[in-house]
Design a binder for this molecule. Structure first.
Ligand code: PLP
Length: 387
């Protein structure tokens, strides 16, 4: 190791953590280790601890070191998807009868996992507005709550929650605070430093950053809890493949420069939208009149690349704009270098339609990419022209 895991600068850690050149050839980029198994020097004689690929793989280990270094955590575990990471975390640390308090605009897949998969296993849940710390405290006190689970900024309503305040509420009740940091990415926000106990990521989004790999991660400090998560990762085996781990590491090296551009472009797009006729509300924490603006400025390093917008022309206007853009591709997901437009109520959030997590039907969500802001705005302008 180059010991650059502890470098003070985020971008230095992003480029170097877990990445030391290969000793035999000097290859600057460590080779991707595809081998599923490892030769032993006599029975039990392992080289560097590697035995079998589900239990350990050097390419995955490099990614895990990099993720831990960037979130400021002691332990990171990478998984085949964000939801696989969440599932492993919950099964590792909760037992049937335990309870989760979840934000009322959680990612639809997280809600589906907790309500329909883990609910069947015996884990209960209550859905609350995370911005309202009093109702969180009441919900936590009413049950055997083990996790308070929050996304900030949230998807797609861009609500900003006070991580430090929520950590205090969770800890007062003996619960742990889990932050899904997918939207912000570790470059813009480090929940562990703000008092959270556990961070989860869909690395599919900003961390991978190029819309070409599915993955997830759990990052935490506590050694005992980490041991349990590591055990489930090994015992269940929803691990990142070597190629997925390599692609994710490669993406993560440029996270800082990408997030700076995503944030600048999103700010420009949000400001342009805010002045348009036909627009009801622009949801972007970088706008001074966003209710979470000051809090976001305090707990984040920038406001990120996600912008939602609702239309006075209702569902029809939202659908028309979503189907009329040319630079923004109509597609699910987010966080890649290319701009995407999504109609949440029928796409990303279709699974929560009709539930307490349902999203407005006059809303579209933009994942603002790293193209030129002028081209993005011109594209939205021509799409608005179709209204
Ligand atoms: C996409 C996403 C997930 C799920 O991750 P997958 O990699 O799709 O399994 C979880 N949380 C948030 C906020 C997401 O955007």
């Amino acid at each position: 190791m180059t010991a650059l895991e502890n470098a003070s600068g985020f971008n230095t850690r992003a480029v170097h953590a877990g990445q030391s050149f290969e000793p035999r050839t000097g290859a600057v980029v460590p080779p991707v280790h595809f081998s599923s198994t490892y030769a032993q020097d006599g029975i039990g004689g392992l080289r560097d601890g590697y035995e079998y690929g589900r239990g350990g793989n050097p390419t995955r280990d490099a990614l895990q070191l990099q993720l831990a270094a960037l979130e400021g955590g002691r332990h990171a575990f990478s998984f085949a998807s964000g939801l696989a990471a969440e599932d492993a975390l919950i099964r590792a640390l909760l037992v049937p009868g335990d309870h989760i308090v979840l934000g009322n605009d959680a990612y639809g897949g997280t809600y589906r996992l907790i309500s329909r998969v883990l609910g069947g296993w015996g884990v209960g849940h209550t859905v609350v507005d995370m911005a309202d710390l009093e109702s969180v405290a009441a919900a936590v006190a009413a049950q055997q709550t083990r996790f308070v689970w929050v996304e900030t900024p949230s998807n797609p309503m861009m609500k900003v929650t006070d991580i430090a305040g929520l950590a205090a509420v969770a800890h007062d009740a003996g619960a742990l605070l889990v932050v899904d940091n997918t939207f912000a990415s570790p470059y813009l926000q480090n929940p562990l430093a703000l008092g959270a106990d556990i961070v989860v990521h869909s690395t599919t989004k900003y961390i991978g950053g190029h819309s070409d790999v599915i993955g997830g991660a759990v990052v935490l400090n506590d050694d005992e809890l980490a041991g349990k998560v590591g055990f489930v990762q090994f015992a269940v085996g929803a691990v990142s493949s070597p190629m997925d781990a390599f692609l994710t590491t490669r993406g993560l090296k440029t996270l800082g420069v990408r997030m700076d551009r995503h944030s600048a472009n999103a700010q420009a797009v949000a400001e342009w939208l805010a002045g348009r006729s036909g627009v009801e509300t622009v949801y972007y924490p970088g706008l001074p009149d966003h209710p979470g603006h000051e809090l976001a400025a305090k707990q984040m390093r920038g406001f990120g690349g996600m912008v939602s917008v609702s239309f006075t022309g209702g569902e029809a206007a939202a659908r028309k704009v979503a189907e009329s853009t040319k630079v923004f591709t109509l597609a699910e997901s987010l966080g890649g270098i290319e701009s995407l437009v999504n109609y949440p109520s029928e796409m990303t959030h279709a699974s929560v339609k009709g539930t307490e997590l349902a999203v407005p039907e006059n809303l579209i969500r933009l994942s603002v990419g790293i193209e030129d802001a002028a081209d993005l705005i011109a594209d939205l302008d021509q799409a608005f022209g179709q209204l």
